[in-house]
Design a protein around this ligand. Structure first.
Ligand code: URA
Length: 211
């Protein structure tokens, strides 16, 4: 597994506003969307392309286009939905699958409650979206499912990561074709499984609290 922390002043600026507890939901959604587009620029560095012959108004030349099969983008519901448009802005022809996962707040284990994506992901590049890499449980379960279905290159785009989550992923996904792209790796996880200093509950900050 590889991890790439995107070190850019605009990323740090947007992340700081996302962290601020005074940032309201509409602003949080807009900034999360913008931040994902910046992360997506780095995350798609190895997106597969093929050569194509074209003719410009001046001369024939050889260019590139995204190869087939198209990449698959998989937001993890619910909070990953707030990242979808930000990524699709750069990959508008990608296909989209959905994975519903919820973390049991007592055991911190991930449970899958909905899956909507191709059964066969052989040869597919997949971008999985989840704002917070906290314990790593949800992302590991999601990535294992994608690789079981045949995905041969998985990039997880997360806004924030904890050192504990990164270490667990590195241990459990050793040798697998997985990259994590994030805006920052924070200090630690607290006893409730929240990232410190973090930004709070990403789903609640995007969409409001649900009981
Ligand atoms: N999920 C969140 O939304 N925030 C955290 O800090 C950890 C997990």
């Amino acid at each position: 597994m590889r991890i790439h922390v995107v070190d850019h002043p605009l990323v740090a600026h947007k992340l700081t506003t996302l962290r601020d507890e005074r940032t309201d939901s509409p602003t949080f959604r807009r900034l999360a969307d913008e931040l994902v587009t910046l992360l997506a620029y780095e995350a798609t560095r190895d997106v597969r392309t093929e050569q194509v012959d074209i003719v410009t108004p001046v001369a024939p030349t050889i260019g590139v286009r995204l190869s087939h099969p198209r990449p698959l983008v998989v937001p993890i519901l619910r909070a990953g939905l707030g990242m979808l448009e930000g990524l699709m802005r750069l990959l508008p022809t990608a296909e989209v699958g959905f994975l519903g996962m919820i973390r049991d707040e007592q055991t911190l284990q991930a449970k899958t409650y909905a899956t909507r994506m191709p059964e066969d992901l052989s040869g597919r590049q997949v971008y999985v979206l989840d704002p917070m890499l906290a314990t790593g449980g949800t992302l590991i379960a999601a990535i294992e499912l994608l690789i079981e279905r045949g995905a041969d290159d998985v990039t997880a785009v997360v806004l924030l990561a904890s050192p504990e989550g990164v270490e667990t992923m590195e241990r459990q996904l050793t040798g697998l074709p997985v990259t994590v792209v994030t805006a920052a790796v924070d200090e630690r996880l607290n006893e409730h499984g929240y990232i410190v200093p973090g930004l709070g509950d990403a789903g609640d900050r995007l969409y409001g609290t649900v009981g």
